[in-house]
Design a binder for this molecule. Structure first.
Ligand code: 3EB
Length: 322
């Protein structure tokens, strides 16, 4: 299937009721990061399994320039408009464990994509609980990586999307995956300071993680994967959250340079995952040293996929319309 050429796509944070944001023209998806947010029945509203570290409960909004339609197919929900598609799916692990849940979720997602006009997978978020439980290769994140790679290989997906994989402390044994796709392909970017994740050496697990460091979107803009204090393939600044934050920002800047984007600004919403809630003030202060006050940011409690990592950042960088 072919679709319309993607038009403009934007991501922004808003403080407004969910329904108000869903009612805006071109609203593709609305994300809340607070269990207290009232549930909407609209499939475009997703309760992300991550909790914001501060009030107010800001919402993330994806918007496109055009009509949006939406629906549900069993456990998968989608919305599409103007060449873009949002998809979300959750699975309970109690039946077959993390690997079966992960393969189910990815099989559903990739099968849906194959049948969609917006068939190019650009960006994926993966949230699983107790991500660091299990010793060595039995660690849940490592098993997740193996299952994700099996499903992608089975579907012939060889060019990886940008991604985030973070632990949540919400509903136990619930795996949540949501994604962005488009009717035209993006352009994956790697970070010159980092080994590509899919080339990580054996010490990090039997299956290297399947993601690109960033994705240049069709029609412009950069979707940035979860970025931490990893240089080469090694974690740096163990037990020093400020130094890790500084290093993560240096990695982000290297990606921006690769993408020929000038700097983060009002059109660059970032999500900052902090392992220990008591580090939030330290992280906020460090961010203030690096980023203009106008750069939108949300701090979330999140467990990073290597136990020694304390902070990770993902986000977007859109250029001002000339
Ligand atoms: C890293 O650089 C940190 O498995 O999808 C970042 C982004 C990380 C995505 C994933 C993992 C993933 O390796 C971890």
């Amino acid at each position: 299937m072919t679709g319309v050429t993607p038009g403009p796509f934007r991501v922004a944070y808003h403080d407004a009721p969910v329904q108000t944001l869903l009612d805006k023209p071109g609203a593709l998806a609305v994300f809340s990061f607070s269990p207290a947010t009232p549930h909407a029945t609209d499939p475009r509203h997703l309760h992300v399994l991550q909790t914001a570290l501060a009030a107010p409960a800001t919402l993330e909004c994806w918007s496109v320039a055009g009509e949006v339609s939406h629906g549900r197919e069993d456990d998968l929900r989608w919305s599409r408009g103007a060449g873009w598609q949002f998809m979300a799916i959750e699975a309970d692990e109690s039946a077959g464990g993390i690997e079966a849940a992960c393969e189910h979720v990815y099989d559903r997602l990739l099968a849906h994509l194959d049948a969609s006009p917006e068939r190019h997978l650009l960006r994926v978020w993966n949230y699983l609980d107790t991500i660091n439980s299990g010793e060595g290769d039995a660690e849940r994140y490592r098993r997740f990586c193996s299952a994700r790679a099996r499903s992608m290989a089975a579907h012939g997906l060889v060019r990886f999307p940008a991604a985030t994989a973070i632990g949540h402390r919400g509903t136990p044994r619930r795996l949540q995956v949501y994604a962005l796709s488009a009717s035209a392909d993006g352009h994956a970017l790697e970070n010159p300071r980092q080994v590509s994740a899919w080339e990580y050496p054996r010490q990090y697990g039997p299956t290297a993680p399947s993601f690109a460091r960033a994705m240049l979107l069709p029609q412009g803009g950069l979707a940035i994967s979860g970025t931490a204090a990893v240089i080469g393939h090694a974690s740096h600044h163990v037990e020093d959250v400020t130094a890790q934050l500084d290093e993560a920002v240096a990695n982000l800047r290297a990606l921006l340079e690769r993408a020929a984007l000038p700097a983060f600004d009002t059109l660059s919403p970032l999500k900052v995952y902090v392992r220990h809630p008591e580090d939030a003030a330290t992280v906020r202060a460090a961010l203030a040293r690096h980023l203009d006050a106008s750069v939108p940011r949300i701090l979330l409690q999140g467990d990073i996929c290597r136990t020694e990592l304390l902070v990770e950042i993902d986000g977007w960088c859109f250029e001002n319309a000339a």
